[in-house]
Ligand binder design. Sequence first.
Ligand SMILES: C[S@@+](CC[C@H](N)C(=O)[O-])C[C@H]1O[C@@H](n2cnc3c(N)ncnc32)[C@H](O)[C@@H]1O
Length: 250
Amino acid sequence: MIWPFRRRKPATPDSLLQSDPANELYRLFLERGARVHKTAKWHHYFDIYDAFLARYRGQSPTLLEIGVDECGSLEIWREWLGPGARIFGMDINPKSAELAPPGVKVFIGDQADPAFLRQVLAEIGTPDIVVDDGGHTSNQQIESFEVFYPAMTPDGVYIVEDTHTALWGGQWDDRPGMTFLDYAAERVKDLHAWSGIHANFRRYHTHPAERVGAEPEVPEFTRTTRAISFYDSIVAFERGPRREPWQERR
Ligand SMILES: C[S@@+](CC[C@H](N)C(=O)[O-])C[C@H]1O[C@@H](n2cnc3c(N)ncnc32)[C@H](O)[C@@H]1O
């Protein structure tokens, strides 16, 4: 029997595409040859990557992908972002390091091990982009996020893939009472740490220079995150400096 994943792929008619065919990252995926290191991505992800990451093309961002398997995605990132990009991978399987494209380093270790993650950070410096496509359990996703996110550039982007596993239960549900989608929803509440307290309402209708009393304490996340976007199976966190909000009638 021919293993179904190894059969020659039929051509993909435009009617079946799930990202914009003019999106060059999607084209790189669609046009992968037969004898290359593979990458497995959902078709609708490419427009999401493009929306968040196109601004880094031709620049020199530091990208870290967690979970790289055959490293096909690292090849695509390299081609799409350009030669100035610093590309790194991470995987628990030592085979991935052997498949790293030229000029790309793949670290071997467990994404749920904060000590290992800090070693990775010490080597790569400050990431601009983190893509988590690793083991997809809640604990792994949360542990990686908690180490890498605060260490990113102030306008960096952190993308967690395949967040549908939060709904699968079983082995993916390894953080009692907290799937990654629950965790991300808690971070949405953190985005509202200032405006979400009704007692602050008057303060935020007052000119910042005329406010009395100390600023309410909020999590670091609130001050450093401008947006969280939810898609089918992806959560994207956009970093950006924020200050207490202000509403005016003009
Ligand atoms: C879905 S594959 C990655 C696919 C790859 N990003 C691509 O685009 O083709 C998931 C990878 O995560 C790795 N992985 C699983 N558990 C991990 C862990 N705890 N830490 C790091 N990597 C892990 C697996 O070895 C596997 O290579």
